[in-house]
Ligand binder design. Sequence first.
Ligand SMILES: Cc1cc2nc3c(=O)[nH]c(=O)nc-3n(C[C@H](O)[C@H](O)[C@H](O)COP(=O)(O)O)c2cc1C
Length: 536
Amino acid sequence: MADYTLSDYHEHSKHHLNRYAPGPGGLDWANQPDPFRCYKGAARIELPLLADTLETRYSALRCGTLPAPHPFNLQSIAILFELSLAISAWKSYSGTSWALRCNPSSGNLHPTEGYLVTCSVPGLAAGVYHYVSRDHALERRGEWDGPVELNGLAIGFTSIAWREAWKYGMRAFRYCQHDCGHAIAAVSYAACALGWRSRLLARPSDAKIAALLGLDRATASAERETPDCLLWVSASESLPSDMSSAPSRWHGQPNRLSADHVEWPEIEQAHQLTAKPCLDQEPANRVSVTYETAGKPACDLSAAQIIRQRRSAVAFDGTTSIGADAFFAMLDATLPRLGAPPWCAWPWAAEVHLAIFVHRVDALDPGLYVLVRNPDALAPLKASLRPDWLWHKVGPPGLPLYLLVAHDLRDTARLVCCHQEIAADSCYALGMLAHHEIATSEPWRYRTLYWECGMLGQVLYLEAEAAGIRATGIGCFFDDEMHELLGLRGHAWQSLYHFTAGGPVDDARLTTLPAYTLGRSRCNKRSSQAPDSKPG
Ligand SMILES: Cc1cc2nc3c(=O)[nH]c(=O)nc-3n(C[C@H](O)[C@H](O)[C@H](O)COP(=O)(O)O)c2cc1C
């Protein structure tokens, strides 16, 4: 694969109307990857379950009105994980149980692993820890010889691509990146709920992150885990001048997730082609919207409740509609406000915009709309999309929302989303239009585009819950059919993730069990999903 390019990966991993991206051609249930990684032999610290004590309201959190910072200690760190990467419920059907988490994942396969890098805080010794969501516990992987000074802590994210490739084959690399974006946003919301600031560190290279988290030491028998990013969390806006060096002593051996594996060399190539170098400095080109936030959510609930009740809808009723103000408020939350989560954590300018199929929003014509999240993108987008689109400004003055065409697009949305009914039965469905061109000169930005999409997804999931409806991320869509519909030619803009929200219809066959109250180690039930799981 000597001449394989990033553009090859992107094109080969597209779904087409007449041909899906190469996949395994069936599910090898005997080799279903264990959804939980753990490090045998590493000391474990069980975290307390304290999220219910947190008073932060979601309506305040979404606007960036944060409580006074909680002290950095074991209890607060426990809440940080409980409201971001922890299990939120167990589902059970016909003798099989599977865990749901605060962060969603395509196919519920959860390729993203979370790590904590901390100096000594009350209740927790300095070290690099791996988080085990199944048990809400930390495993102490690494420690330093001397004292470590950090003015905050870092959350590290990594991906185990095999978990996704088992089901989705070549397209799995994309889903790993989406899931990482969801996880970044999830931690950012949780940090802000504790009164802390969060910021993705743009400078560290993949190699530096791998060394810090001990990924370069993994054993050959365990599936490869690749570095994604570090999220800095502190009580102030200040960033660390440099992250600490890698620990000098390591503990524990990673578990093997499947007995057997299928190799996807294109995924390995995509990893190598998008490897992130060390940057000279943190980016300075962040932009923030300054006008007043539009609207308030319908449900005034605690942040902890909204975060933990987040679920993907499996079906929509095809009748529920939402008010225009609620819709505008949801879109408004996707705009890059630096004071509010999760955009306070994002170091780059907004490069992803929303092409929205509105089906059922009161007082809004059904049709195709575009939300331009960065004013610099308006002219290039207008020049790239079909010349006869209307571009009528709609909604509150500050909301950069434009009507392109009024039309009933339910059939189109269903078709574009791999014939999935949820795209037509919803209040709206959308595609995330990314400025793909930026990955030409800096290939590692290919990954950050998906991360931004995942963050947008997390915002829309939580906003849907707060509005009294429900959402679903959509990884299965026909890429070029979407581009053709918009009138896009070339590769400067590409749709990288789809999404939909509406009135949910629950699956009455499933039983819901609480997250941890029935005991922590349910590891005998290894499934990551329902036997009739959803596409992605
Ligand atoms: C990147 C991504 C892609 C997804 N793609 C689809 C999809 O195409 N169709 C679908 O019905 N659900 C899709 N989902 C929803 C997942 O199936 C769902 O998140 C997972 O089953 C876990 O359930 P939960 O979100 O309720 O925690 C996707 C989720 C993510 C994060």
